[in-house]
Write a protein that binds this ligand. Structure first.
Ligand SMILES: Nc1nc2c(c(=O)[nH]1)N[C@H]1C(S)=C(S)[C@@H](COP(=O)(O)OP(=O)(O)OC[C@H]3O[C@@H](n4cnc5c(=O)[nH]c(N)nc54)[C@H](O)[C@@H]3O)O[C@H]1N2
Ligand SMILES: Nc1nc2c(c(=O)[nH]1)N[C@H]1C(S)=C(S)[C@@H](COP(=O)(O)OP(=O)(O)OC[C@H]3O[C@@H](n4cnc5c(=O)[nH]c(N)nc54)[C@H](O)[C@@H]3O)O[C@H]1N2
Ligand SMILES: [Mo]
Length: 767
């Protein structure tokens, strides 16, 4: 297994994509022993009549080449379709304590969960349990609570619309709005930060806009790894001569040079398309200073008489320009360049690109959202776009590149700890019960409630909550406080091992598998990052006869918990059209005639009012909003402090580790590394490959420390370091987050290097 091989650091010099990606795709299908099945699956992925890729939320256009998948989509599929099985014999072989000693990679590689299991404290093992008994146990625990607010209902963004909608209904009928959601750690700053600015917490572009854009900014997003299908759009734009500006502390390989794996000509000739026309090597958290610098350049040009602001648009559609101008003009170029780490002339150059473009798209990822002022930082992105009227015209808009394939959809259909009254009223009218009005818990509040003992039950609809959240040690202890933990999952993960007194693992039918009920084959729907809703139909037989569709789990849990419920759970369980009809009833503006419209193989597009220059804000305008100053995180404390970004490797899907290597960054067979600027290393007396520990600057007296990390000489800006999530989550304090959205500031943890006391395997440094 590759994790037993020698760790190695060997910088990657080839273009990303291309033959490297083709080879990696074949390799992962072989590793999971599913070459034939997997290849067949890839033919159905993202095709009308097939299933939606379980990996990222990037849309698939209707006019592309026949195969619409990427290396990482193939990995996601191969790991789902794997031949590996976690059976009752497996659980007999290992105690939970023994399984805790295994790595996340090892757990993932064991294969698919095959039947429901219940924790048995006596033997410290998971033992088989009948489905009926599992639901009875959940019902018993939930009904025994003093208050429904003592339960936390987590969702991870793979859950389909139908399931998520019903889950939201069940939890509200049960009586709480406690909906910690993976998006709380992800694009919540988009959901909370953008509505006051533009009236909606979603992106405003559609796929076609890439074809009309005259400039594209890609900020804080590792496209080639995390939404590889978007590379096709970038390559096409580049071939048309569209300038692409990258703002990132890491010169991500794919964004610098990329060969499109499906472009036969390029592969034949080993050509590649240079993607970046301007790479802005920003310091971690330096983006705010760059945005203000760009806006300053715009205001300066306007003052010189150049017509760079879209004044008609601004007059008709916006409010707050003057306050923004005052704030921006009050920032000095000296501060802007010092805090961003970027020279004034480069900021002016990208401002020029922006001023010359009549239609600009700004894409962003976790590099912008996961900061202490993540939400307000995104408002500055909106400001920048508003200044030139970049909403409601072809080729322009804001493009949050969402993570999980249905994370946006789950939010749309009710997974929201702060639901609006309008939604709750419609739930009441459609279902005939009075939903709770008080706001519930997001992820961090859920952990606090577990810690305080006020939460007693955790239900995880997918995902791997405990590995995804901050403050690993503290969060583990909080989870172990509970009376019951339930993990609805396809694969064994850490969340099943860090459990409450009672614990269940409930295995489900995966995205690529067929859902059969008494009413025949059912399909589900997914909303991508550009608000297209399409059907997803699995093509494989379910992994065993004992796994159940997620929707059935919601319905049977509801029936076991709420015996007097008048909601027809048993009908929803078998006929998903009935669920879609209810979705249409609760969301008439966007989902009217859902069941009819979803028959279109290309699905439907949900209305995004800013595309029509309609602003659903209290004043009916798009608002310029001010974030004073230039810092989005705690200021530098002392000369030892570094800002740590916790990022994904090329070979992981969030907490799922596909391999211990990260090809594009040149790291093989280890994940315990820290990328650091050579001068920062020299200042600390470190050589390439040295073993270090990292410690967080914490204010609560808790020592947060991770040891045994190989430091690697990497082109990072000064003062910025990066390493992998989830291994570094113990360094991320629970109370270090964006105040507006509650999103952990996982891209800017204040840390310092400390001496290592652990022995780490030697890393080979290749030339
Ligand atoms: N294959 C694969 N695909 C995925 C995922 C996966 O794990 N694997 N995860 C899915 C999910 S849930 C999500 S949310 C997305 C995540 O996709 P991304 O948003 O691409 O996620 P990250 O790897 O966390 O890092 C984002 C980038 O932010 C940069 N960065 C760090 N700090 C800063 C900063 O201060 N400023 C700027 N400008 N950049 C910064 C990092 O260098 C990195 O390139 O991908 C989704 N797709
Ligand atoms: N430090 C740090 N922490 C982070 C981040 C970071 O960048 N840095 N990123 C954050 C982000 S953006 C996110 S989205 C979260 C991710 O948090 P989660 O969404 O909770 O985590 P995943 O790793 O995506 O979940 C993987 C598990 O989902 C289960 N699963 C897979 N497919 C299915 C399915 O079809 N149905 C069901 N029921 N289960 C399934 C499998 O059992 C698998 O083990 O992590 C966050 N945490
Ligand atoms: Mo995410």
């Amino acid at each position: 297994m590759s994790n037993e091989k020698t760790p190695e650091y060997r910088p990657y010099h080839h273009p990303a994509g291309g033959w490297g990606a083709a080879g990696a795709t074949a390799k992962v299908l072989m590793e999971q022993s599913v070459l034939v099945k997997g290849s067949r699956g890839l033919l159905s992925m993202n095709q009308p009549g097939g299933f939606k890729c379980p990996s990222c939320a990037f849309p698939d256009p209707d006019h592309r080449k026949t195969l619409e998948f990427c290396e990482n989509g193939a990995k996601a599929l191969a790991h789902e379709a794997t031949k590996g099985r976690v059976t009752r014999e497996f659980f007999e072989k290992y105690t939970v304590t023994e399984l805790m000693q295994k790595s996340d990679y090892w757990l993932e590689m064991q294969g698919r969960l095959t039947e429901p299991m219940r924790y048995d404290a006596q033997s410290d093992r998971y033992v088989p349990v009948a489905w009926d008994d599992a639901f009875a146990l959940i019902g018993q625990h939930l009904r025994a609570l003093d208050s429904p607010h003592q339960a936390e209902f987590y969702t991870s963004g793979r859950t389909a619309n139908e399931t998520a909608f019903l889950y939201a209904i069940f939890v509200r009928e049960f009586g709480t709005n406690n909906f910690p959601d993976c998006s709380n750690m992800c694009h919540e700053p988009t959901s909370r930060g953008l509505p006051p600015a533009i009236g909606i917490g979603k992106g405003t572009i559609v796929m076609d806009d890439f074809e009309h854009a005259e400039a594209i900014f890609v900020i804080g997003q590792n496209t080639g790894t995390n939404s590889p299908r978007m590379m096709t759009n970038l390559v096409e734009a580049r071939k048309r001569g569209v300038p692409i500006v990258l703002i990132n502390p890491m010169p991500e390989r794919a964004l610098i040079r990329f060969t499109e794996p499906q472009d036969v000509l390029q592969m034949g000739t080993f050509g590649s398309t240079p993607i970046s026309s301007e790479f802005v090597h920003v310091r971690i958290g330096g983006d705010l200073a760059i945005f203000k610098g760009m806006m300053k350049a715009l205001f300066e040009a306007e003052a010189r008489g150049e017509k760079v602001l879209d004044l008609d648009f601004i007059r008709e559609h916006t409010a707050g320009l003057e306050a923004l101008r005052d704030d921006v003009m009050g920032c000095s170029w000296a501060d802007i360049t010092r805090i961003s780490g970027i020279a004034e002339d480069q900021i002016r150059r990208i401002a020029d690109i922006y001023m010359k473009s009549n239609a600009t798209i700004i894409c962003y990822g976790m590099g912008l959202t996961q900061h202490q002022e993540g939400s307000r930082l995104l408002q500055q992105v909106a400001n920048l776009l508003l200044l030139r009227g970049n909403f409601g015209k072809p080729g322009a808009g804001i493009a949050p590149i969402r993570g999980h394939s249905n994370v946006q959809g789950d939010r749309t259909v009710g997974i929201d700890e702060k639901p609006t009254d309008a939604y709750l009223d419609r739930v009441r009218d459609a279902f005939g019960f009075e939903p709770p009005r008080e706001h519930g818990h997001h992820v961090l509040e859920a952990i606090e409630a577990m810690e305080a003992g006020t939460a007693r039950v955790f239900f995880g609809m997918g995902g791997n909550f405990i590995r995804a959240v901050p403050d690993t040690d503290r969060s583990y202890a909080a989870m172990r406080n509970l009376n019951l933990t339930v993990g609805v999952a396809t694969k064994l993960n850490r969340g099943h091992l860090v459990h409450g007194k009672d614990a269940l693992i409930l295995p489900v039918v995966a995205r690529s598998e067929i859902i059969r009920t008494e009413a025949g084959e059912q399909f589900v729907t997914i909303e991508d990052a550009m608000a297209n809703v399409t059907a997803s139909r699995g093509v494989f037989e379910p992994v065993t006869e004992h796994v159940r569709p997620e929707t059935e789990i919601v319905c049977r849990m509801a029936m076991a918990t709420l015996p007097a419920s008048r909601t027809p759970w048993a009908d929803y369980m078998v006929n998903y059209t009935l669920i879609r009809d209810k979705i249409a009833e609760v969301y008439p503006e966007i989902y009217a005639d859902f069941s009819e419209r979803i028959k279109n193989p290309h699905g439907l597009h949900l209305d995004i009012p800013p595309r029509r220059r309609v602003w659903q804000t209290p004043n009916g305008k798009a608002n310029f909003l001010v974030l004073p100053g230039l810092e989005v995180n705690v200021p530098v404390r002392d000369t030892a402090m570094l800002r740590l970004a916790t990022i994904r490797s090329h070979d992981q899907y969030n907490t799922t580790i596909y391999s211990n290597s990260d090809r594009y960054r040149g790291v093989y067979n280890t994940r315990l590394v820290i990328f650091m600027n050579r001068d920062d290393m020299a200042e600390r007396g470190l050589a390439n490959g040295d073993v270090i520990g990292l410690e967080t600057y914490s204010d609560d007296g808790v020592r947060r420390y991770v040891d045994g990390l190989n430091v690697l000489d990497y082109p990072m800006p000064r003062g910025a370091i990066a390493g992998y999530y989830p291994e570094l989550n113990p360094l991320l304090p629970l109370d270090y987050f964006d105040g507006i959205s509650g999103t952990p500031a996982a891209k800017s943890i204040p840390v310092k290097v400390v001496e290592s006391i652990a022995s780490a395997p030697a890393i080979r440094i290749a030339g």
